[in-house]
Design a binder for this molecule. Sequence first.
Ligand SMILES: *Cc1c(COP(=O)(O)O)cnc(C)c1O
Length: 494
Amino acid sequence: MVNYFSTRGGGGPVSASEAILKGLADDGGLFFPDHIPTLTKSLKELSGMSYQEVAYEVMQPFLSDYTEEELKGCIKNAYDSKFDTEAIAPLAYADGAYYLELFHGATIAFKDMALSILPHLMITAARKNHIKNDIVILTATSGDTGKAALAGFADVKGTKIIVFYPKNGVSPIQEKQMVTQKGDNTFVVGIHGNFDDAQNGVKKIFGDRELGKLMDDNGYQFSSANSINIGRLVPQIVYYVYAYAQLLKEGKIADSEPVNVVVPTGNFGNILAAYFAKNMGLPIAKLICASNENKVLFDFFRTGVYDRNRDFVLTSSPSMDILISSNLERLIYLIAGSDAEKNRELMMQLSTSGKYEITPEMQEKLHDFYGGYATEEETAKTIASLYENCGYVIDPHTAVASCVYRKYKEQTKDETKTIIASTASPYKFTRSVMSAIDKGFDGLEDFALADKLSALSGVKIPEAIEGIRTAPVLHDTVCEKDQMADVVKKYLGI
Ligand SMILES: *Cc1c(COP(=O)(O)O)cnc(C)c1O
């Protein structure tokens, strides 16, 4: 049985389903399991299983208050024909690394891996906990979460979803994907501010007790689909285990052979899932954390100082344009020796002065991690060279990881086989991708670029892009960053 506590010590223990419903703990901390369970099946056994079967084996110990029937039902509803390949998360080999393609879901980015199952986990949790209120999902997005959450929750009975995104901080395709979202329980709002403003605004609304009371009086309660929700983290562990099992099955690695994992990182959710996989017993050697020019995490791993006081850079990998990596709090809690008091102190420093420094003992515990970053120029060059050498086209987020991996290998001479998390389809960032390959494409409009990309990569344009070519805009609300709560109230009619 796994129960969950807040990383800041307040409240708990709560069951997995309660943690999924709440999203964030009452004291502002994140839910953390009382222990990290080990894999229940050998890697050899797992290598004979489908994605759905591996998902059950990996998730079940974390979600121990869900019955077998409930969890299997959630998995079946999530990982179905919404994905364009039966493998769900296939591996592609290019230029000395395995690219774990996490973009075969409905919105062609890795957020689909968790957000296609979260609504089912949440509805099941509501039923289990006798919740009568409608669940209102409130989400801040740097681009990909928003659309994946909208797609996951659209028309799910008993839920409403409100998404805030930085009006000028997402790609045109990302924006078009969101503002064309159907479903009469969906609401999309642009804010004048950056992603951190959107995320802070959402956190503030969650912490607003008065509003919480007003919601409850009107038959609503908030929950979060952001990557801080344990219901996002747990499904993300699955594909690391699955990828390893596939490499084993295909004879690409020997039994128990360690592999490195490289993750293009923003909010620290994806790489934290890989760390959980390692702690469950998956033979991962190094966890390579790749940042873009917003390199707070690179600096943190190098110096032990987390410092968000710096200019926010808009890059070609907008889903990683983040200065406060929320999920890092879980790692801080862990390396503080599960000391909630110590963690809380550091998080308070982060909120008051924008920085904190960990102790040398804590830093010692980070030796499994390696931080690196790629500049905009390096990222574009990586896209071009991978295409020229292998004919394989990657998106700018994946390119950041690929570049950091190349630099890591040059620096360390580490020849350990390596999995790179490929977090978005190049079709989601066609303009940056095509410009990196040949500046001559710069004059073309978005959909013409998609046609060119298809011709050049031999990969068919995904339905997620085809579908929005002609779709009407259904959402056009824009607000100031301090008006977010008012917008929510207005939408809910309270
Ligand atoms: C969200 C996202 C990331 C960052 O993942 P985190 O879990 O926030 O670190 C990287 N790439 C893409 C394409 C994303 O959508």
